[in-house]
Write a protein that binds this ligand. Sequence first.
Ligand code: ZN
Length: 431
Amino acid sequence: MVFYQRELETLDRKRLSELRDERLRRLLSEINTNQFYQDKFHAAGIEMNSVRSAEDLKRLPFTTKSELVAEQEAHPPYGRLLTYPLTRYVYLHQTSGTTSNPIKCVETREDWEAWMRCWGYVYRGAGVGEEDLVFCAFSFGPYISHWAAMDGGRHVGALCLSGGGMSSEQRLRQIIANRCTVLVCTPTYALHLAEVATSLGLDLRASSVRTTIHAGEPGASVPSVKGRIEREWGATCFDHAGATEVGAWAFDCQAQTGSIHLNELEFVFEVIDPRTGAAVDEGARGELVVTNLGRFGMPVVRYRTGDLVEVIAEPCSCGRTLTRIKGGVLGRADDMLIVRGVNLYPSVIDNLLRAFAAIVEYEVEIRRIGGMDELRLKLEVSDGELFSGVERAVLAEFRSQLNIRVNVEHAPAGSLPRYEFKARRYKRVEG
Ligand SMILES: [Zn+2]
């Protein structure tokens, strides 16, 4: 087993929570001058220095994404979210703005070091180090995860190659020519690259890539998506999770248990009922709330991630004492579908569809009728596959696994969009 900080990652739980509380006090004293949190805590009638532990933290109000967006709209460009004068900041990025206006995030050098530590856990957890050559198959642009992934690779001593500004074919040829051993991208894009490789007659299983690292979507912890990436690339697939406003907050390990570790060395975690905000029982499903411990310049305190998780406390066979989330991020709190009375998340549908080797790409149209969601699946099947056979098998699986009926439609080859970053396969349509 490879570790980034073996001693810290295997600390006993009591010592771990002491360390966490110590770092939390440090954070709160450092951000004492942060106008946004000053006002927020003041409004809640709480003295910042009265918060001494993760338990005390629960008295503070949550911070939401819409609050950060509103703050930056009211006080452009950064809101009153910065702890220090702007001269101290050296990195400027922004969120992808999938669900709201983008949030601008700035970091000091020390904040960037915190990002690098988070990526240190991600890469070392996957066994990546100085022997490796990492290929980052991203567009880069203003997105922090792309730059942090690249710099994080250097941080663990790997040789890193940017795949920015390239077509999929160019990326594949770079990966092969440079004998890259690690691919970093979204799960969707790893599968898309495999599809392009097949069309070009390139054999990825014969390439040097032995490890793939993913985030941005639940895919890499969805068993059939993971299995498919591993088969196509002849590599081991590792998941992790993060967000621009927060950092890379979870990482996978070589024990490959189907669960990923919460990085309790860099964050304080809570799991709440998304409707009531109350803490859920241990092990119950809920929304993850995060406080970062190492990012003082533009911190998040009790930040509602919108990500649904199920925490498992039982120790991992890798030896780490850090808790895990079962199956990675299960979905977004606001993405839940209600199909004929059955509550389900897109990742469940992804898992079912990706188990069919014949399905190349798909899209799901959702119509809400009388409080219920109706699903229409558009499926692209591989050459030489009979659509009616795939359709019959898919309908049977939905019936037997989920007990729901869906509509299935044949999408012509190449007609559905392919994605480089986060896929948007689920579309709500009117009527
Ligand atoms: Zn582990």
